[in-house]
Design a protein around this ligand. Structure first.
Ligand code: FES
Length: 220
């Protein structure tokens, strides 16, 4: 493969980005967005890059990982994520991808581990992401410090866990302190999840949000 040629291809979504910007400028305010925002796969890919891979998202509740080694996994677009309680009680988040050959580390929705051990060649990571064991085949020069798990931004407040895949995530601390204030009476750290329901909507995510924001349909 000619890697140079591949790298020079640029952003394949660039034409769609320009069309999106133009449609947003020309759209009629107070109306639904133009149809491609709900149906075009390229616009969906832009949504994933610009919103879901940059904004803070709720990953779960702290009560779901109450003690060290408890973890939950989630998928954000093409990115598998693990959220885990460290030995120090701190909540960490990582890409759920082994630094050796990219194998998925945790394959369950949730669980509890003493260490994070890759099933493929048994690279072993501490709960804070540090690489502890990589076998003897890596050679004397292999620097384990360089191969810890790739971290994901994570913050907790009011019992909620938020993650962001952005390199520089948007500011959220003011919101988190307000959230903590209002959630304090509920002692969310000491609650339990009673029921989980997963709803798959066969529609673009914006339709789901818009439906949630308007209530013309509620009486019916
Ligand atoms: S891919 Fe994980 S140890 Fe090799």
């Amino acid at each position: 493969m000619d890697v140079t040629a591949t790298l020079s291809l640029g952003d394949p979504l660039e034409p769609a980005r320009k069309a999106t910007a133009q449609m947003l400028q020309e759209r009629e305010r107070t109306f639904s967005l133009p149809q491609p925002f709900y149906s075009d796969e390229r616009l969906f890919d832009i949504d994933m890059q610009e919103i879901f891979q940059k904004e803070w998202l709720i990953a779960g509740m702290t009560c779901e990982i109450p003690t060290k080694g408890n973890y939950i996994t989630l998928q954000i677009g093409k990115n598998p994520i693990i959220v885990i309680r460290g030995a120090d009680g701190v909540v960490h988040a990582f890409h759920n991808v082994c630094r050796h050959r990219g194998s998925r580390l945790c394959t369950s929705d949730k669980g509890k581990v003493a260490k994070l051990v890759c099933h493929y060649h048994q690279w072993t990571y501490e709960l804070d992401g540090r690489l502890l064991f990589a076998g003897t085949e890596m050679g004397a020069d292999f620097d384990m410090k360089q191969y810890g798990l790739k971290p994901v931004n994570v913050k907790t407040a009011g019992g909620y866990i938020f993650v962001s895949l952005a390199e520089n995530p948007p500011a959220i601390d003011d919101f988190l302190s307000t959230l903590s204030h209002y959630m304090e009476p509920y002692d969310m750290e000491n609650t339990k999840v009673a029921i989980t329901t997963t709803l798959f909507e066969k529609a673009n995510w914006k339709l789901v949000l818009e439906n949630n924001r308007e209530c013309y349909h509620c009486n019916a």
